[in-house]
Ligand binder design. Structure first.
Ligand SMILES: Cc1cc2nc3c(=O)[nH]c(=O)nc-3n(C[C@H](O)[C@H](O)[C@H](O)COP(=O)(O)OP(=O)(O)OC[C@H]3O[C@@H](n4cnc5c(N)ncnc54)[C@H](O)[C@@H]3O)c2cc1C
Length: 382
């Protein structure tokens, strides 16, 4: 059965997230972006309001919400400020491998710490390996009771503020998916060096840095799941489970841009009437609205499958690819509707367009989503 009605609890959650975005994110987004401020106060407030750590089970201190509810809340956070949404999203991204594969002790300790306000980061990408995750070269070698990690990670969201990292490393040099293992690494480990903040095109309040590991000793107990060889699956499951959230950020940002442009189009007069009354503008807004609706439906479908405990690789890729691409189109059209003002940083359209671009790159680029979709499609070819 397909039911498009929200429960009373879901309506309340969306309303809460919407108010938080209106009160805390929209009024501050420009300042945070211009100054590159990491909005710690707003993060803490969102957590206290129950808007973060959505899919961490209640047993470990999280909200215990569904993926669908997470998507609903995160659309509002993306509408408020996509940079803020990314910041809170990367902590959840690092928690997914722990939820999926952690031992009970690892879940209690590390998910519990996040529920109490800590920040975690997901360390997979390296300077020489992004889309091609299998080419990573960071190593973890067992020496006595510890693993010794060496290597460099790149573009790590939240690295400058993280209390612990999920790190994907090679425990074997074979060309095989079971050559990878996941580790939980404390941020204050000796030999772990966090690099300078990257100067990004958009979402400038979100902190992104490289992380280097020089003979970093990690106790054996921090091998995720207690067994070598599970890292590949952990990292991929984290992608599948986080893509609907990223889609909801992208479509929320697009919705914000569309709503702002729609408002403006009813105020701005040219040739004696509001520009909305020029059909080329109202058709542009109509197309923006349709694209956002489609992105939301794909996102909800993927989230719903995850909630049923099913594999959602194809559906998550559909949602991420589509929401990221229409996010770029819609925000670019919003700039067009604002005319010259759209090109100015004094209006939100330019910031939203800059912020939209990253969804086509991180969490698996739009090209990589197409590779996944093609691969999944062809599995059923007879
Ligand atoms: C702001 C930001 C935040 C990030 N946060 C994190 C994080 O928290 N944790 C983390 O681990 N990583 C993070 N990343 C890394 C991100 O996931 C990678 O940048 C992304 O996967 C692309 O990898 P790459 O940059 O190495 O590009 P490449 O893999 O070198 O790709 C370059 C271009 O080639 C295309 N391409 C590559 N292979 C193929 C192919 N087979 N077919 C067609 N096209 C292809 C890509 O789509 C892209 O357009 C972040 C990146 C940025 C910029």
């Amino acid at each position: 059965m397909v039911d498009f009605n929200l429960t009373e609890q879901q309506e309340m959650l969306v309303e809460l997230a919407r108010e938080f975005a209106d009160d805390e994110l929209i009024p501050n987004a420009e300042k945070w972006d211009t100054e590159g401020t990491f909005p710690k106060g707003a993060i803490d407030k969102a957590r206290e309001m129950g808007l973060l750590n959505c899919t961490i089970p209640e047993a470990y201190g999280g909200m215990g919400l569904s993926f669908l509810e997470e998507a609903m809340i995160n659309e509002e956070l993306g509408r408020g400020d996509p940079g803020f949404a990314t910041i809170t999203g990367v902590t959840m991204l690092a928690c997914h491998p722990v939820i999926f594969a952690g031992t009970n002790e690892q879940k209690e300790k590390y998910l519990g710490r996040v529920a109490n306000g800590e920040i975690s980061a997901y360390c997979v990408t390296e300077p020489g390996a992004g889309s091609d995750v299998k080419s990573i070269s960071t190593t973890a070698v067992l020496e006595g009771d510890s693993y010794v990690i060496n290597g460099a990670k790149m573009w790590i969201g939240g690295a400058g503020y993280a209390d612990w990292f999920y790190v994907l490393a090679r425990t074997d040099d074979k060309d095989s998916y079971d050559s990878f293992s996941g580790f939980i690494v404390e941020a204050d480990s000796e030999g772990l060096e966090v690099g300078k903040k990257e100067n990004k095109m958009g979402q400038r309040c979100s902190d992104t840095r490289g992380v280097r590991f020089h003979n970093v000793k990690v106790p054996k107990e921090n091998l995720l799941g207690g067994k070598e060889g599970g890292g590949w699956l952990q990292a991929m499951v984290a992608f599948d489970r986080s893509r609907p959230m990223l889609s909801s950020h992208a479509l929320g940002n697009a919705r914000g841009a569309m709503e702002e442009a729609w408002q403006y189009s009813n105020e701005r007069m040219t040739f004696g009437k509001p520009i909305f009354e020029h059909q080329s503008i109202s058709f542009m807004l109509a197309d923006m609205s349709t694209k956002i609706e489609c992105a939301r439906l794909l996102t909800y479908k993927a989230a719903n499958l995850l909630d049923k405990g099913e594999r959602a690789t194809l559906e998550s890729a559909h949602a991420k690819r589509y929401a990221a691409d229409i996010g770029m189109e819609v925000t670019t059209d919003a700039v067009q509707i604002f005319g010259g003002y759209g090109y100015s940083e004094e209006f939100p359209a330019a910031r939203r367009m800059r912020g939209a671009k990253i969804y086509q790159i991180f969490g698996g680029s739009s090209q990589i989503q197409r590779l996944i979709i093609g691969r999944e499609m062809n599995k059923n070819f007879k």
